[in-house]
Design a protein around this ligand. Sequence first.
Ligand code: ADP
Ligand code: MG
Length: 619
Amino acid sequence: MMAEEKLQFQAEVGRLLDIVAHSLYSDKEVFLRELISNASDACDRLRYLALTRPELAADDPAYKVRIAIDPKARILTVADNGIGMGRDDLIHNLGTIARSGTSAFLKDLTGDSGKDVKLIGQFGVGFYSAFMVADKVAVTSRKAGEEKAWRWESDGRGEFTIVEAEREGRGTTIELHIRAGEDEFLEPQRIRQVVRTYSDHIALPVVLVEDGKDQTLNAAAALWQKPKNEITEQQYKEFYRHAGHLGDEPWLTVHFKVEGKVEYAALLFVPTEKPFDLYHPDRRHRVKLYVKRVFITDEAAELVPSWLRFLKGVVDSEDLPLNVSREMLQKNAVLAKIRHGLVGRVLSKLEKKAEAAPEEYLSFFEKFGAVLKEGLYEDFERRETLLKLALFRSTQGEGWSSLAEYVGRMKEGQDAIYYITGDDAKALRKSPQLEGFAAKGIEVLLLSDPIDDFWIASVGEYEGKKFRSVTQGGADLSKIGADGKDEEKKEPPAELAGLVAVLRLALKDEVKDVRASERLTESAVCLVADQGDLDMRIERMLRQHKQLDQASKRILEINPKHALIAELAKQVGKPEQAQALNDLAFLLLDQARIVEGEVVPDPAAFARRLSSALARGLG
Ligand code: ADP
Ligand code: MG
């Protein structure tokens, strides 16, 4: 036998344990829910493995969770005959935090225990919650198909030990040495009540051993197969927490059964809070796929589109073969039908919610809208519905509105939906390109999610109205007026044409064109992309991701009404001003770049020109 080894918890686990053990967590009994949830997952995983390797479960085919109490020794035991853990599994699973997004979440911990408990509660405490009620926890586990068992032990203070051990049969036994003061968890009555409250939905028997007899405490049937009217809110909530590995509440519950050609049941949830891995680069959903009550996988990518990856819950199919392999799930026709059906259900639920409870819908959209909008880009079939569901900020007030609302507010003579994209709605409001629109009272959508640039380019229009970027192409606003009449287009003064010519010449290697602007009223200059070129922000993103190495040239627009431009126009043709005008041409361009959030390509030249312009101004 190997000697006992002492190991350190990963630093993050240490901090988590500290908070779990020392904060006054209001409902400590949730530790039992977490342990039962893990036991149930472990049985699910073995059940799946045993489909192809039946020998793994043959000696003990009745999956269950057994709880036992030894009041004298002050030990509460939770045991399962699931998949079990080997030595490395124990070290990895119970010594580090492996869940994606979790380490990032732990960095958000503030050290203020009140706030941190809330964060952890929302995240779901998992195995480590055992230390809320126990001052020592021992886990003895034997992996299915292996001879050796291992014992993991810790008092939750920085270290754990691991040593070879004995265990009859496969599975995991968790021994909690109940802390002084937590004696309620040594009372059968209390345990019964906790299991009924939190774990009734668990689909396998949870039994309490009393006087040598097994007593089943829960309903032990798959919750999603029950009719809706037999399920309580509390049961839905606890099931959500178990299936989603989350600690918050479901914001929306979508539970339905489909019969006919393709038969399945689905119980899906939209969380209240953003899960921590929402923006993980794999963009995977974690909805669990079952076949005839047997858990198959939570990695069936085709089951749920990634733009609905915030969904949690289960889908249980009657048609897929039980021995379906994960490879078979790719491009599977049954799965495609299920996906189609559930996307439709979820979207129509969202539509109803948007109508019936706009405030609540807004809070959903603020958290998940950016993900939902990915569907506009990826799912042609759902485009119409998603355009209806999308909400936007705009130059009209601080709130959010739908496209229908925007269209309802369009000005007489306006035939396009104007938008601007950028990193942050607040900064966007100050963009010079909006000035002319603001002066005419034309509303502009402020799009600040990175996905916006992509879907808007591919969607193109909404109800026959084209989307038009205010930073791209010409902006002929003269047709749009309060009374609908064409305004007279004033010809720019002749001197301006001279200035434009001078600037064109000076900046011929830098910009595509220089022209008088209709969209500026206050700023002197701005940059726009030519019609047909990539939008400026998309281009910036592509360059950041090294998918584009050269920027296309922009158009520099100058504001004829601006005092500086008017003054410059007067200097055109004076030979003594030629050098100064040339410098100023570059300064105007750099200024426009800075406002756009771009880097000035030659900072030294910029500084030199600025200094000499200032000196001239003072002279
Ligand atoms: P989560 O369940 O969300 O993954 P936990 O902290 O509850 O997080 O558990 C961590 C990991 O430890 C689980 O993912 C699982 O791999 C392992 N584990 C915990 N309990 C058991 C068990 N009873 N049997 C097998 N593995 C377990
Ligand atoms: Mg767990």
